[in-house]
Design a protein around this ligand. Sequence first.
Ligand code: AMP
Length: 212
Amino acid sequence: MRNINLSLLGAPGAGKGTQAEIISEKYGIPAISTGAIIREEIASGSPLGETVKSYTQAGALVPDEVVIDIIKARLAKPDCENGFILDGFPRTVPQAEALCELGVEITDVISIEVADEDIMDRMAGRRVCKACGATFHTKFKPSPNGEKCTCGAELTRRADDDPEVVKSRLVIYHETTEPLKAFYEAKGLLKIVYGQEKLEDTTALTAAALEG
Ligand code: AMP
């Protein structure tokens, strides 16, 4: 089987994280979320966490050089040898160029497309576990434990899922991240998946895009 080095593009809340987890299970390759790594650093109070906190909480992108160092260290781990899924990286053209310079070959790029209005609705229901980082959605992916996580801890809304912050994250997405579609289209790697109301429908379309 070929190595899959996949990058998932898409607006915040388009479903990249959920699809990344599903593909990760299916192929036995790690799903790497730069956003999750950043949130862990912030929660641990590390110097890196302190550096990036103000950007992330305001819904802004963390500077390229910081996030490139994060991904470089993560991709050097042995579990990435047989493939990986990048959820939320690259988010700028310079980040994509940095991957090329590092000699990291991206084999597949899938952009999950969801209209901004639907993103706003979806983000309102998104929940994350403060203890283990698991993500849920009140409507699309409810926790079997109701208001609590499967690990038993409280579920909360991320500070950057606040509607005003989401609006500015969408502006940043369209201005800064969407140009990556043309970047990867030019390399013949881009596939588009239209995010569906039902999770399993998006999953089927994503699998077809990856395998087709
Ligand atoms: P996410 O969980 O993917 O929505 O990411 C949450 C936040 O982490 C983003 O709003 C950014 O502040 C930061 N972040 C994650 N990935 C990147 C990236 N590739 N470039 C810059 N900032 C990022």
